[in-house]
Design a protein around this ligand. Sequence first.
Ligand code: SF4
Ligand code: SF4
Length: 276
Amino acid sequence: MKKDELIKEAQDFLIHSADNLIGPEVALSKQIEGTNIFDPPILGFGDSEDTYFHLYQDPNIIGPDFLLPTQWLPQAQTVISFFLPYSKEVRESNRIDPSVPSHGWLHGRIEGQHMVEQLCLHLQNKISEAGYDSVIPTLDSRFQIFKNPPASSLLYSSNWSERHAAFVCGLGTFGLSKGLITKKGMAGRFGSLITTMHFPRDSRQYHNIYEYCSMCGACAKRCPAHAISLEHGKNHTLCSDFSNQTLAIYKPRYGCGKCQVAVPCETSIPKIKALQ
Ligand code: SF4
Ligand code: SF4
C-alpha cells in the first residue's frame, strides 16, 4: 500500500463514518444534532528511529517513562500521526461564551475521541491487510499517564504523546498554549500508530519547536483560568483545575479549548498567513 492510498483511506473513512456525527441519542442540545465533529484528517509519516524520540526521554522534555517507537513495537519502521481538525460548527460554537465550553466542544472530548480511536483501528486494519504489524500506543494496555512523575519536570506525563509524535512526523510545531499548530490550525485532536510497514518520511518544514507560533498572546487573553502568559508560558495546574471545574458540571464530559478558538492559529499557521 502506498502512502497516498493510506491517506485517502483515512479521509474517506472520516467522511463516511457515522461516528463523526453527533447523534440525537447523545446530543447535549437540539442545535448540534447531526453536526460533524471533524473535517477530514491530515497525516504525517515519521521515522521510528528519529532522534527526537530519544530526546523526549529527557526529564526536561517528557521524561524517561516515554517509550520509543521500537519499545512499543520492536520491528517498527514508521510512525503515522494524524490531525483531525474540528468542524466549523464545533469551532464556532466554542467561540461564543468566553468561559463555558460549548456543547459541540464537549462532544469533541468524548465522541470525538471515539472517532479518533475508530480511525486508528481502521488504519491498523488496512496495514494488517497489507501484511504488517502495528501498535496504537494510546489503545495499548501498556499506555500510562503519570501525575507528578518523579523523573520528569512535568505535572503530567505519559509514555506516549500524540503532539510530540505529530511534531516528529512533520505535522507542525508547538504554540504558546502548548497545543500543536498544523497547517489546518490547532483546534482538533491527534492520533497515531507505529508500524513495521515502511513509508517514505515527511520532511519537517520547521527547525524549532515553536516556529509556527507568532507569540501574539491571543490565547493568553482568551484563557478564562489565566493559565497562559507570554512571560511564563502555560501553567498546567491552573488549566487542569479549570478543566476539573467543567468536569464537575458536565461529567463525564469536560473541556475548555478557549485558547484554540478565535485565535490566529485556530485553522492555520499564523506566521505563514502573515507573510502571504
Ligand atoms: S494564539 Fe498566538 S501565541 Fe497563542 S499559540 Fe496561537 S499563535 Fe501562538
Ligand atoms: S484549555 Fe482553557 S484553561 Fe486550559 S489553557 Fe486553554 S484556555 Fe486556558
